[in-house]
Ligand binder design. Structure first.
Ligand SMILES: Nc1nc2c(ncn2[C@@H]2O[C@H](COP(=O)(O)OP(=O)(O)OP(=O)(O)O)[C@@H](O)[C@H]2O)c(=O)[nH]1
Ligand SMILES: [Mg+2]
Length: 328
């Protein structure tokens, strides 16, 4: 039986041949698997490709040693913040990546579809947030490296299927993360984690609310989690909910956009500096240039509602959207 492979397969194969790093090779083979149609004629090919990935991973893990294993699958941060999609199998993580970013994720009605981290960029107003799709928790194939990868990002988007015991799922996810000493940061909490722990900004997203029982499931999830974490409903076909998701993710990340201007000039509103909520004028100066913090003489501020070019102190706490003029 002929395999009848699509042109995308051969493109991915070309990328595989040119790949220099193990990570790129694995990614290329993953893509070859993704675009290969599922039928009798391709069983053998798919089997061989999976075997190849397994071998590459084994070789790489041997070379890297146990400590560096996570880095093999780590994803380089890009944009204003990095968020990882965390959840149980089939909860709709890949569908979110697929819908909200430029990346094409493999979405399937069965569990354990995603095998590797896959990044994509989501646009929120004038910034880009990197979202990284992950294999589900409880997946044996990724158990050796997933915890390490989970240490990396600025925040999590916890995907909970509203049609499948949502409150139980949320508890299971929290417990699983706690085994690796990762805690979910409650909304508004900016305190450091306990010794030996990591704390991650969190958005809980109730997925598939369009399905029967979804709305009810979301109400239960919100009752259980909504007081502690930013919690939003989502359905990949609902534009208003998707917009709500973007806004909520930005808020959950506890970041803000600060614009700078030179005296007498207009501010650059296209490329804000990204600072953590709670940052001051001094923090902003340091973000612009590491020497600026020391030489800062005065600052004027536009924004924050009541300010219109007023002079502010170095310890003034900034707000999202503030425009700052730094005088050195
Ligand atoms: N009706 C509906 N179905 C959805 C929605 N989001 C995801 N699904 C479906 O749920 C199933 C699982 O979606 P995936 O995105 O593959 O789930 P996942 O969490 O990535 O699964 P794993 O990779 O196995 O962990 C697919 O059949 C999707 O089409 C949604 O908002 N509404
Ligand atoms: Mg997936």
């Amino acid at each position: 039986m002929s395999a009848n492979l699509p042109p995308e397969y051969y493109e991915a194969e070309k990328i595989f041949r040119a790949a220099k790093t193990t990570e790129d090779k694995i990614r290329a083979i993953e893509e070859m698997i993704r675009v290969t149609p599922r039928h009798k004629g391709t069983d053998k090919i798919l089997g061989k490709l999976r075997q190849r990935i397994k071998k590459l991973k084994e070789q790489a893990e041997k070379k890297a040693g146990p400590v560096r294993r996570g880095f093999l699958y780590g994803v380089k941060k890009e944009g204003a913040a990095q968020v990882m999609l965390v959840g149980l199998p089939n909860s709709g993580k890949s569908a979110l990546l697929d819908t909200l970013t430029n990346a094409q994720a493999q979405v399937a009605p069965w569990p354990f579809t995603t095998r590797m981290p896959q990044p994509g960029m989501m646009t929120f107003e004038n910034i880009q947030v990197q979202m990284v799709d992950l294999p589900p928790l409880g997946d044996e194939a990724s158990a050796s490296w997933l915890p390490n990868v989970l240490f990396g990002p600025d925040g999590y988007c916890i995907a909970v299927d509203t049609t499948d015991e949502p409150t139980l799922a949320a508890d299971m996810i929290r417990e699983e993360l706690a085994r690796w000493k990762i805690a979910l940061r409650p909304r508004g909490d900016l305190t450091p984690p306990e010794e030996g722990w990591r704390k991650k900004h969190t958005l809980v997203v109730g997925t598939k609310v369009d399905e029967p029982g979804g709305a009810e499931g979301f109400r239960a999830l919100e009752a259980a989690c909504g007081d502690t974490y930013h919690t939003v409903p989502c359905s990949i076909g609902d534009a208003a909910l998707l917009e709500g998701f973007r806004q909520a993710l930005f808020e959950a990340l506890a970041i803000m956009r600060i614009y700078t201007k030179s005296p007498g000039k207009k501010p650059d509103m296209e490329s804000p500096f990204i600072l953590e909520v709670g940052s001051t004028v001094l923090d902003a100066a340091a973000a612009v240039h590491k020497d600026f913090a020391e030489s800062l003489k005065a600052a004027r501020l536009w924004g924050s509602g009541k300010f219109d070019g007023q002079q502010v102190q170095r310890d003034y706490v900034l707000h999202d959207g503030d425009i700052l003029e730094l005088r050195l």
